[in-house]
Write a protein of this length. Structure first.
Length: 117
């Protein structure tokens, strides 16, 4: 599979992706890839409902989520930097996400993901 595509991703946990999950994940990956700065994109129904850049990935997530927290529920979250456990903890605390995608994940991220209610 081509790098930067859903087919090239490794799924670490969770249920099988639906067609809509795959389409939204692809849209999120394509959108977040255009930024050079640390960025976060939240997509739902193939439309970005939160997009932000910042000096850090956690701040980019907080800004993207603050754009439209209601629409972000059940969305796809994409990052263009490695995902750390602190940012994953913020995702778990703030919202339900169908998919969280990043170029890589740091120590403790999967543990944080399992803490969701």
């Amino acid at each position: 599979p081509s790098p930067g595509t859903v087919a090239a991703l490794e799924q670490h946990q969770g249920k099988a992706l639906s067609y809509n999950n795959v389409a939204d994940t692809d849209a999120a990956i394509q959108c977040v890839a255009v930024f050079d700065e640390p960025a976060c994109v939240i997509v739902k129904h193939a439309n970005p409902c939160g997009v932000a850049v910042a000096d850090s990935i956690d701040e980019a997530y907080e800004r993207a989520f603050a754009t439209d927290p209601t629409s972000a529920f059940g969305g796809i979250i994409a990052f263009n930097r490695s995902l750390d456990s602190g940012t994953m903890a913020a995702v778990v605390a703030n919202q339900f996400a169908e998919v969280v995608v990043a170029p890589s994940i740091g120590p403790g991220v999967l543990d944080e993901a399992q803490n969701r209610p």
